[in-house]
Design a protein around this ligand. Structure first.
Ligand code: C2E
Ligand code: MG
Ligand code: MG
Length: 707
């Protein structure tokens, strides 16, 4: 059988008396048996009735006291009731308290309402029990009153009635669990500050009610509560009072604070984020900043961060970002907000800096470039900064960011590790660039791209053994535009996919066309980094193998060393795929990248093209050329010298046994008809030049050392 506490009466300090009896239990029970009012002793630890007089047995609907004592009252007891009984037990021990409450008992499941007065009773073994006396049992009490009392008991909402002096007049159990009632001015104590108390009382004087979310003092420490306070009269005395209803919103507040933190901060570095920057610039009032405070924004980007991330891994990249974040923060005043937009891009909002912008930019760049310790390695990075002044270069977020970005772009173009101020001419550059992008799209649609071919010549025989396809833009006004002016733009915008497809298709057809004419020469075409990584590459190559008359072994694709950096497995798979279709792969501009020679034998590379910068050093000593020739021999790849312009250069290459050369010395890139003509006339030329052939040195490395 369960018993339920129904209505809570406060335990005013003045009602506490020494009520725990020290007489022997047997004497006391004897006395209680003579009473007509129900009296029983409850053993809180065992959840059993330890004693009941006859009236109590009737109330509990038990035939005998013995049967009543056997009932397990804990069986159906709710946790709330259990906890409250334990609280009373503690209170009897600590304060010898006496309470009076309205209860609902459920003897055999039927509710019985009564007013109970109870106090501590020391049981055998010196354990604290509870002596209960049922004063009245009004079974006709209005159900609503019963239910509202029950609701007050079980709700988590804290309801407290304070007197005008701030003392507690009434509190429901939930309030009692958190209220610090010791002080007379409990409301002031609750609110934590007399200022807040006075402000609220002032507001209540005219508005009669008010609401706040405040951090209040509770038995559990400081908690965030949502308070609703009403001015009213105490129903008992008729005096002024305040009815305060509170909900603990601590968790909600913490979640809100976290959400608001995340909304304005970058989780990796703890710096502000883009949304903060935007708000700061556009809503000065939110941040209580004076319009005149903001001087400029710095748009900062770590130089070559992508390479660092790709090569050293993301964990290392994150360390770099966090270190750079700290250094930027340490380089500026606390009032200058530092934010990370994402990736390696940072924005600093500089406040009240006057003419010191260059000084600040220099300081940031210097601090960022200090060595970074990461595990066993020490590393350095640099950064570039674009500066846009507020409000001269824009007073809106978008404009300021755009202009600072243009200035950053200019700083990068100036060779990185620099800072640049925005200027109107940068905007013109952008206009030009946009125009170029549009023109390129149109050029692709109207077939304005053509391929020229530069012969690849066998050094030993002076015979054309191949030709490199080099794209040109046949511009309607400007004439022939070289690839250096448009390939990078196509690469950035993604147009390279379409242009690259065109080049590969035309080059493949040309190989088949020359072969049909009897010229079985190797045609090579350049692949851009983006094309090399594109999912469209393999399907395109498969299509190409189906061209009538095409010999895949006479089609070669040129890639650069930098394209071999990064995900090795993916690169290897692509290269093997190209080889399996029967095509060849050449390493273009070799020697200029970050060469790790160890990787070369891993990849199916059939040809290495020595970069022109090394050929330029000939006929003087060039150990790099010697090294490349030796490497080529070891991995079974042909070696081609690019950009051969003079006869002495060629003579030297011949001495060292270089396989092929390309260069203005023999022929510049030419329209296809001219190359076809040269090929048609080739047999006669070979005979003429064969006499010039020089003996080939056995060991190119040794030869280069001698030269
Ligand atoms: P690359 O693949 O290394 O091509 C060789 C470049 O060197 C060509 O410049 C060629 O004209 C030039 N060259 C050859 N011999 C000499 C010489 O003796 N002296 C001098 N000074 N230059 C010589 P071009 O045609 O301007 O091409 C430049 C670069 O543009 C190419 O370098 C290649 O990276 C890229 N490119 C050209 N066509 C394409 C293409 O269809 N697709 C892609 N992705 N890139 C291309
Ligand atoms: Mg090339
Ligand atoms: Mg090249």
């Amino acid at each position: 059988m369960a018993s339920r506490v129904r209505t809570f009466q406060t335990d005013p300090a003045d009602r506490r008396t020494k009520t725990v009896s020290r007489l022997s239990p047997a004497d006391l029970f004897d006395a209680y048996r003579r009473l007509n009012t129900p009296v029983w002793v409850y053993d809180t630890d065992r959840c059993r009735i330890a004693f009941a007089n006859e009236a109590a047995c009737r109330l509990w609907d038990a035939e005998t006291e013995g049967k009543l004592r056997k009932r397990d009252l804990g069986k159906d007891m709710s946790n709330t009731v259990r906890e409250r009984l334990q609280q009373y037990q503690a209170s009897f021990v600590a304060h010898d308290s006496r309470f009076s409450e309205f209860w609902t008992l459920f003897p055999k499941g039927k509710p019985v309402h009564l007013e109970a007065v109870y106090s501590g009773f020391v049981l055998d073994g010196d354990r604290m029990g509870m002596l209960v006396e049922a004063l009245s049992a009004d079974q006709d009490e209005v159900p609503d009153t019963i239910r509202s009392a029950e609701a007050l008991l079980h709700t988590d909402v804290m309801i407290t009635l304070f007197g005008a002096d701030g003392a507690v007049l009434y509190g429901n159990p939930s309030s009692g669990r958190t209220m610090l009632v010791d002080a007379k001015n409990a409301l002031q104590t609750r609110l934590g500050s007399t200022d807040v108390y006075e402000e609220l009382v002032g507001e209540l004087a005219h508005a009669r009610e008010c609401a706040r979310v405040l951090e209040v003092n509770t038995k559990q420490g400081k908690r965030w509560h949502n308070l609703s306070i009403k001015s009213c009269l105490d129903a008992v005395t008729g005096n002024d009072a305040y009815l305060v209803t509170e909900i603990d919103v601590g968790e909600m507040k913490a979640a809100q604070d976290r959400a608001s933190y995340l909304a304005h901060h970058d989780p990796l570095t703890g710096l502000y984020n883009r949304s903060f920057v935007q708000n700061y610039i556009e809503n000065p009032t939110i941040f209580q900043r004076d319009q005149a405070d903001l001087t400029a924004i710095f748009y900062l980007d770590i130089d070559r961060f992508k390479t660092i991330n790709d090569r050293q891994g993301h964990e290392f990249g994150d360390t770099v970002l966090m270190t750079v974040a700290d250094r930027i923060r340490d380089s500026v005043k606390a009032s200058d907000a530092v934010s990370r937009l994402g990736g390696d891009e940072f924005v600093v909002l500089i406040n009240g800096a006057g003419g010191n912008l260059d000084k600040i930019a220099n300081r940031i760049r210097k601090n960022v470039s200090e060595p970074i310790e990461c595990g066993d390695t020490t590393f350095s990075v640099s950064c570039s900064i674009g500066i846009a002044r507020y409000p001269e270069d824009g007073d809106r977020f978008d404009t300021l960011m755009h202009n600072a970005d243009l200035a950053l772009y200019a700083a990068k173009n100036a060779g990185r590790e620099a800072h640049c101020h925005f200027s109107a001419s940068m905007q013109e550059e952008v206009q030009k660039r946009l125009q170029l992008e549009q023109d390129l799209v149109r050029a692709l649609a109207s077939d304005q791209f053509v391929l020229h071919y530069q012969p690849r010549v066998e050094v030993a025989t002076n015979r054309i053994v191949g030709a490199e396809a080099l794209v040109r833009w046949q511009h309607p006004d400007r004439g022939l535009v070289p690839p250096g002016e448009f390939i990078p733009v196509c690469e950035e915008t993604g147009l390279i996919e379409e242009l690259g497809e065109l080049v590969l298709t035309l080059a493949a057809r040309q190989q088949a066309a020359w072969a049909k004419r009897g010229h079985r020469i190797r045609v090579s075409a350049n692949l851009s980094p983006r094309q090399f990584q594109s999912a469209r590459l393999m399907p395109l190559m498969q299509d190409i193998t189906r061209y009538p008359g095409l010999d895949p072994s006479l089609l070669e694709f040129e890639i650069t060393e930098s394209m071999l950096m990064g995900d090795n497995e993916q690169i290897l798979a692509t290269l093997k795929g190209i080889r399996q279709l029967g095509f060849c792969v050449a390493l273009d501009d070799f020697g200029t990248g970050y060469s790790n020679l160890a990787y070369i034998p891993r990849y199916p590379i059939g040809c290495i093209k020595i970069d022109k910068s090394f050929v330029d050093q000939l006929p003087h000593s060039s150990p790099v050329i010697g090294l490349i020739l030796s490497l080529g021999r070891q991995v079974g790849a042909k070696v081609v010298a690019e950009g051969v312009e003079t006869d002495p250069q060629l003579q030297q290459l011949r001495v060292w046994g270089c396989d092929e050369f390309q260069g203005y010395l023999f022929q510049r890139p030419q329209p296809v008809d001219i190359i076809t003509d040269m090929l048609d006339r080739q047999p006669a030329d070979i005979r003429a030049s064969a006499e010039d052939i020089l003996p080939i040195a056995a060991d190119p490395v040794r030869s280069s050392a001698k030269a």
